[in-house]
Design a protein around this ligand. Sequence first.
Ligand code: ADP
Ligand code: MG
Length: 255
Amino acid sequence: MQNLLELKDIGYSYHSLHGETKAIDNISFGVKEGEFVAIVGPSGCGKSTLLSIIAGLLEPESGTITVNNPDGSLHYPRVGYMLQRDHLFEWRSVYKNVILGLEINHTLTEERLEYVNRLLKDYDLYKFKDKRPSELSGGMKQRAALIRTLALDPQLLLLDEPFSALDYQTRLMVSADICSLIRATQKTMIIITHDLAEAISLSDRVIVLSGRPARVKCEVPIKLTLKDASPLAARNAPEFNSYFNQLWEELTSED
Ligand code: ADP
Ligand code: MG
């Protein structure tokens, strides 16, 4: 299968009065349609910079991103971008928050609103739709943020450490939950995480980045034999520990 996205030799530096910070260097990898890719790397290595480039928020300094849509069209995939913090607005109700993107885009159609209502019901948020964000638990807020992202029907989801603000137990539940929801919609996902267990249990492939400037150290395809395919069960798969050790070695080895 062709790659939906193909990154080739991407480089990027930040420039300031104090000089230049090279954030990423010669990064190349592909992402297939429907694939879940996790990116791990040391703190400050350039992960968010890379995701911003893929999102089209930053222009790469060097290199190219090629798009191969399955239908042959040339447009860049519609991107949904979700950050570490949920960034819900306290002065808006949950409902007003999740339709914000549609309002901004002037795409508040009946069909979209129906989809939002279905997501609210599926994610057990419908009865909280008139509450303020502060009245929700951390996991519920994160789910609301995901609905806001999905409302725009993105083809490619970019998640930048989306669960790191949650406590461990909530994080296990919410990440498993959100990933199976995204799987069900057959979208393509790139997730940044510093949690190796999360990367292994959620993704089809893990890309390990070096320290700054980030380069690709290795790519590890993940294949787990499981009775059921839930990310929580993945942690009990017989291959889990060897993937964990392999990724840990790669992450901590000298560049
Ligand atoms: P990560 O997400 O892996 O923690 P980032 O991509 O956020 O890393 O940042 C990579 C490097 O670039 C860091 O050293 C950071 O200090 C620097 N950096 C990030 N954003 C800016 C910016 N707007 N201006 C200057 N330097 C930046
Ligand atoms: Mg970051």
